[in-house]
Design a protein around this ligand. Structure first.
Ligand SMILES: Nc1ncnc2c1ncn2[C@@H]1O[C@H](COP(=O)(O)OP(=O)(O)OP(=O)(O)O)[C@@H](O)[C@H]1O
Ligand SMILES: [Mg+2]
Length: 240
């Protein structure tokens, strides 16, 4: 049984089909990536997986449980959490407090949550930033707070929505190392990423979404050579 099983998932917004009949599996211990042009439905899929909206039809199973349509907190408690493409830090709170928000899911006592948050801050390289106002960190810092807050919930599987977006190449490489370490201690990763270098370095398997549908999957090398993928990315861009 795969850790995550998505079966015929469809999400409509009025007349727009943002996710169309998507079926996929992610095995425990995998690093999988979802790529696709802007508007392909990647973030919508993540929202459906973690309970931010109820899918129009289809099923999501996580760790053996049907979680379709359940509340985000219940799904997070099962061990599935996401980060946001646009960081959702609380800018006036400290970096440590931001991460404690995640840690409180497993550690209701503040002292324990603080300890857990500190460990995660070290893990993402923000160990010396805990007392700073979150809003004073740069983009790379904001992205790491986002990662840390999700990680502080002790997930079995992390969904990362463009964590490398807006980072310079050095910052992106550091992030890849951080994600490898998180994966090495047993967290399954599903990443949505436009930065192809990050996908190529990290993912064992890549799924391609286009206009809400899965159009290809395979190793990173297979996928970048797939004519349908090249058409989805380059064809339209070059014709436009
Ligand atoms: N809450 C919503 N209400 C109506 N339409 C929405 C909503 N959320 C997303 N959409 C639409 O669904 C489609 C898919 O959007 P989504 O954000 O999932 O794409 P994406 O693949 O994450 O794109 P990007 O790479 O730009 O982040 C888009 O056409 C978007 O406008
Ligand atoms: Mg998106």
């Amino acid at each position: 049984m795969a850790l995550l099983e998505v079966e015929n998932l469809t999400k409509r917004f009025g007349g727009l089909v943002a996710n169309r009949d998507i079926s996929l599996r992610v095995e425990a211990g995998e690093i999988a990536a979802i790529i696709g042009p802007n508007g392909a439905g990647k973030s919508t899929l993540f929202n459906g997986l973690v309970g931010h909206h109820a899918p129009t039809s289809g099923h999501v199973r996580f760790d053996g449980d049907e979680v379709t349509g359940r509340a985000p907190e219940a799904i997070a408690r099962r061990g599935l959490v996401r980060t946001y493409q646009i960081p959702r830090s609380f800018p006036a709170m400290t970096v440590l407090e931001n991460v404690m928000v995640g840690a409180l899911l497993r550690h209701p006592k503040l002292d324990a949550a603080r300890e857990a948050a500190r460990r995660v801050l070290d893990e993402v390289g923000l160990g010396d930033r805990g007392t700073m106002r979150a809003g004073d960190l740069n983009v790379a810092g904001q992205k790491r707070i986002e990662l840390a807050r999700a990680l502080a919930t002790s997930p079995k599987m992390l969904l990362l929505d463009e964590v490398a977006g807006g980072l310079n190449p050095t910052e992106a490489r550091t992030l890849v190392e951080i994600l490898r370490a998180i994966h090495a201690r047993g967290v399954t990763l599903l990443i949505v990423e436009h930065v192809l270098e990050v996908v190529m370095r990290l993912a064992q398997r890549v799924l391609v979404l286009d206009f809400g549908q899965l159009i290809a999957s395979g190793t990173p090398e297979e996928v970048v050579r797939n004519p349908a993928v090249i058409e989805a990315y380059l064809g339209r861009k070059y014709r436009a």
